[in-house]
Design a protein around this ligand. Structure first.
Ligand code: SF4
Length: 383
């Protein structure tokens, strides 16, 4: 099976493996990171059965380094594979229907509201769209579609370019990301209109912009509508089924242990660093509150990082009341928007900025790990 897959080297050398930047990895097209290949799994409807979760844990431990990341688009990433391990893992995951046997169908991020129910609008539209993905035009690598048609909008802050959501009137609507309003859609026409808006995006030059919010061409009249999306209820963090993952990371052993809980039928993947457990309440998490903290993988997992990020972020978390971002470099993968406090790695040390992004001019430069800690321990709870 995996013999059909192209191992696709590019321009970032990591050991003997290299890959191209500026595209999104899939299971069929893994990406090299500092800790080996990264294989992304995007299960249908963002749901994996307990049995599939156990299989993923076994694959991650056997063929990778055991680390599994939940991305901000509700995909799972298995880390630390070598080329032979990737091929073996891919075969196993395709056989388990966790990866589509058609590589082309793995490329479009389709994000569904994790609290969907069988037969509801989110489920119905996702099923119809999945069957017609081939009708969509070739879209940029980071282009995504959010299906958020439940009673409350939960994906308002999640990254997407086309959004099917609930209007404040209760109607279903389609909205181009970055526009405040959208157009009403009737049951049964959702996929046709998603396809029409995707076609317009490509035909009007959106591919060069890469994302809908950056594409400032005037929408076609039929898509401009006056409907406003219902106010987002946000992440389901207080849901008793919600199991937070520190920085979105869980290891294979912990994932396997989670699936051993009596009554657990499946896990739902969310874009907010938590799993939703089907059938049971989530066990109490023993990690501190990291909801206000973002930190990328940093060194050594990312070849562009010169500092480890998450140990510092974890130590600083209780010292900082506002938002904190610790970034391995000025690319700022973990958070594109401003944070109250941002620490950016550079040449093995940290630059500090306030109300800033990772690429903002810092207020203090070249701090060691210890100096950063001493700085915040000496302040009243910052920000
Ligand atoms: S922000 Fe820099 S160091 Fe962190 S994951 Fe992105 S590229 Fe790597």
């Amino acid at each position: 099976m995996a013999d059909q897959a192209q191992f696709d080297p590019g321009n970032v050398e990591v050991g003997r493996v290299s890959v191209r930047r500026g595209w999104c990895p899939t299971a069929w097209r893994p990406m090299a990171a500092g800790d080996g290949l990264l294989l992304r799994v995007r299960p249908s409807m963002g749901r994996i059965t307990a049995e599939q979760a156990r299989l993923i844990a076994r694959v991650a431990a056997r063929h990778g380094n055991g680390a599994i990341d939940l991305t901000n688009r509700a995909a799972l990433q298995l880390r630390g594979l070598d080329e032979a391990g990737w091929r073996a893992a891919l075969d196993t995951l395709v056989a388990a229907e966790l990866v589509d046997a058609d590589p082309a169908r793995e490329t479009l991020p389709l994000l569904v509201a994790p609290d969907w129910r069988d037969g509801d609008d989110t489920h119905r539209i996702a099923t119809a769209l999945s069957a017609r993905l081939a009708e969509l035009p070739p879209l940029p690598a980071k282009f995504g579609i959010a299906l958020d048609a439940g009673a409350g909008c939960v994906l308002g802050n999640a990254s997407a370019d086309l959004r099917v959501e609930r209007a404040d009137t209760g109607a279903l609507m389609l909205r181009a990301d970055g526009r405040p309003t959208g157009v009403a859609i009737s049951a049964g026409e959702e996929v046709d209109l998603i396809r029409a808006l995707a076609d317009w995006f490509v035909a009007s030059g959106g591919t060069a912009a890469g994302r809908m919010a950056r594409h400032d061409a005037a929408l076609p009249a039929w898509a401009t509508g006056g409907l406003r999306p219902r106010r987002s209820t946000g992440a389901l963090v207080d849901d008793p089924r919600s199991y937070p993952l520190p920085f979105g990371r869980i290891d294979a052993e912990a994932l396997a242990a989670l699936t051993d809980r009596d009554g657990l039928t499946a896990l739902r993947l969310t874009p907010w660093r938590a799993l939703l457990l089907e059938g049971v309440r989530a066990p109490k998490s023993d990690v501190g509150d990291l909801r206000h903290v973002d930190a990328c993988v940093g060194a050594p997992a990312c070849p562009q990082a010169s500092v480890a990020t998450r140990p510092l972020a974890t130590e600083l978390a209780p010292l900082i009341a506002g938002t904190l971002h610790v970034s391995g470099c000025d690319k700022g993968c973990a958070r594109r928007t401003q944070s109250d406090v941002v620490l950016t790695g550079r040449d093995g040390r940290f630059d500090l900025a306030l109300d800033a992004r990772a690429d903002t001019m810092p207020a203090l430069r070249g701090l060691t790990y210890e100096q950063v800690l001493a700085h915040f321990k000496g302040l009243p709870r910052a920000a």
